[in-house]
Design a protein around this ligand. Structure first.
Ligand code: PSU
Ligand code: MN
Length: 305
């Protein structure tokens, strides 16, 4: 059993020189998007991060080895693999011990990114407090991870499969800043606003400074960097709300629970909206990649200075 991280040489080199590195999750590849769009998304996201001056590091567990920075053939293998375990904090030890493939969620990716010394992580949307959590207690481990692990997570907010109001309350209680990148609104993934505000609107340079100050004061935990979907790619609110309601009803009827809930809902939304939600999903991830790379560069420059 190997308990050290397998760090891609290019990523290791960049980290050693304190250059900009951007972590990427892998659950979005295995459980969030269909083949072959998932591989196309993973490759293009990495390319965009490079174009913006940072080194991408997709994170996963491969045959029980925690891997920071997948090669292109590893990306392809993961994108096509079946029976990949969805890995949050609690699953990491088990998947390493059993030598399986694991795709890391936001929580799992943050944890491994932090072990590797990566400060910026780009994803689509974070997990959160589910609707009816008052009864089910279904609160994504992503939120706990944000409260304890010092990584900035660039995302398009969260899908309204969740209770976004409660998600923001939970983050506030846990001491996690929710920063709007050039926006006052907390975005709802497919739409530019959830109707809720962010704590503070900052530009990229200010956001990098906030990371530095937050951690410089010895405060543990991450920061949410909310970046809305580009206007041209945003979906009509009524349209996507209808689909989300239908997906939630299906989950309820079928008694879906636990770690299956989010992948089930993502899958139903995909089926019910055909290619529409997929196109929006890709557009927002690419936009997050560009902004996340800019943030990583700004942060690295500040550290170097
Ligand atoms: N939301 C999305 N797409 C995703 C996920 C969430 O719109 O791919 C994935 C992320 O990996 C996230 C995880 O960390 O689902 C949350 O799962 P859960 O709700 O079981 O914590
Ligand atoms: Mn859950």
């Amino acid at each position: 059993m190997n308990l050290t991280l397998d760090i891609h040489p290019e990523v290791a080199e960049a980290l050693q020189h304190r250059l900009a590195v951007v972590a990427l999750e892998s659950t979005i590849i295995t459980h969030g998007l269909p083949w072959p769009e998932n591989l196309e998304m993973a490759r293009k996201t990495e390319a965009i991060i490079r174009e913006h001056g940072a080194v991408p590091a997709t994170i996963a567990i491969l045959n029980g080895r925690p891997t920071i920075g997948l090669t292109d053939s590893q990306l392809e293998e993961l994108a096509q693999a079946r029976d990949v375990v969805k890995v949050s904090r609690r699953d990491i030890g088990v998947v390493i011990a059993t030598g399986r493939h694991g795709a890391t969620t936001v929580a799992g990716t943050m944890l491994l990114a932090d072990r590797a010394g990566i400060k910026v992580f780009v994803t689509g949307g974070i997990g959160g407090v589910h609707r009816q959590a008052q009864q089910t207690m279904d609160i994504s481990a992503d939120l706990q991870e944000l409260s304890r692990t010092p990584v900035a997570v660039v995302c398009a907010g969260a899908k309204s499969i969740l209770d976004l109001g409660l998600t923001l309350e939970y983050l506030e209680t846990q001491g996690v800043p929710v920063i709007g990148l050039d926006t006052d609104h907390f975005p709802a993934f497919y739409t530019r606003s959830s109707g809720f505000s962010v704590d503070l609107r900052l530009d990229i340079a200010q956001a990098a400074a906030a990371m530095r100050a937050h951690w410089g004061m010895g405060i543990s935990g991450g920061l949410v960097m909310a970046n809305p979907i580009p206007e041209a790619a945003a979906l009509d609110k009524e349209y996507i709300d209808g689909i989300i309601s239908a997906a939630l009803q299906d989950a309820d009827r079928q008694g879906i629970k636990g770690k299956e809930t989010t992948p089930f809902l993502l899958g139903r939304i995909k089926e019910l909206s055909g290619g529409k939600s997929l196109a929006a999903n890709l557009a927002l991830v690419y936009h997050n990649a560009a902004r996340g790379a800019e943030l990583a560069v700004a942060y690295a420059n500040m550290e170097q200075a």
